[in-house]
Ligand binder design. Structure first.
Ligand code: NAP
Length: 267
């Protein structure tokens, strides 16, 4: 039996176990997906221990995505972003990858939204904002990053490179006028029924991805629907980061509909 898992703190409410185990059931793989909650002080020992025990792969979530970078052989993308969310133990070296970027990119491609040559706006510059900005820039979009703390947007834009520019939240209406793609990567909309974007700045030419997945129909997505925009909820991003990790670990095409159903059943 192969063992996969998730390392983070806390992880008890994670949706990854049912999502991955739906894929194992669908493809008849003898595998399990379990969660681990080490302390930060024990993280390096936990990863070496997983390797020694023959764990096949680990996802990594908050608060360890940056810490893991120095504990594995991180690939180019994970190194550029500065965060690892997937560890692969199958090769000679223990390798680190970032499938959050694929989560953003594949959410758009699954909904037939092109990214090459598009004008994109990312609101937020934390972990999800970095993944969004790198995904969109690497796919060929020009990316405007708007954040409450402008200095953080400046740091992310500098890491992404010339395709990205930093802004304050006040710039959003002007930026959205000509934009094709919008990603909300702030936590606004999660605790309260609020949107980080003024409703009257949205329009029908936009494709809007909200990284928030609880609730699924955020105020931003309801406002975007009302403006005639294409809307993509945060469960798609969560799904496709898991799909990309599954495919990296197993070499199989992921059974996306089964994984999606298992995820949405629990949201
Ligand atoms: P994070 O690193 O803590 O970043 C939070 C971001 O939200 C920062 O840009 C922060 O701005 C901004 N923010 C927080 N409160 C705000 C407010 N009241 N007004 C304006 N901006 C505010 O968090 P994260 O990991 O990037 O997660 C952000 C959201 O994405 C969460 O809802 C999380 O659940 C979701 N997420 C979803 C997925 C998925 O797969 N769907 C993956 C990762 C994260 P400052 O820099 O100014 O503090």
């Amino acid at each position: 039996m192969q063992v996969f898992g998730l390392v983070g703190n806390p992880v008890e409410h994670s949706l990854s176990p049912p999502m991955h185990e739906a894929a194992y059931a669908e493809l008849g793989l003898d595998a399990r997906y379990v969660t681990f909650e080490p302390s930060r002080a024990d993280l390096a020992t936990a990863i070496r221990g997983a390797e020694a025990l023959g764990v096949a792969g680990l996802n990594v979530t908050i608060p360890f995505k940056q810490d893991v970078l120095s504990l594995v052989d991180a690939d180019d993308l994970a190194t550029r972003i500065g965060a690892v969310n997937t560890i692969d133990f199958s090769g000679e070296a223990v390798t680190g990858h970032n499938t959050d970027v694929a989560g953003v990119r594949r959410s758009f491609s699954y909904h037939d939204v092109p990214l090459a040559g598009q004008d994109a706006v990312v609101v937020g510059a934390g972990g999800a904002g970095r993944a969004g900005a790198f995904a969109l820039a690497d796919a060929g979009s020009n990316v405007d990053i708007a954040n409450r703390t402008v200095e953080t947007a400046e740091a992310v834009a500098a890491d992404v490179g010339p395709a990205a520019s930093p802004h304050s939240l006040d710039d959003l209406p002007g930026l959205l006028d000509d934009a094709d793609v919008l990603v909300n990567a702030t936590s606004v909309g999660m605790e309260e029924d609020r949107s980080p974007v003024p409703a009257d700045a949205l329009h029908g030419e936009l494709a809007v991805l909200d990284a928030v997945y609880s609730p699924l129909r955020t105020k931003l997505l309801r406002d975007a629907d009302a403006a005639g925009a294409t809307t993509i909820d945060g469960a798609w991003m969560l799904l496709f980061q898991g799909v990309a990790a599954f495919e990296l670990w197993t070499g199989h095409d992921a059974p996306v509909p089964s994984m999606n159903e298992a995820l949405r059943d629990r949201l």
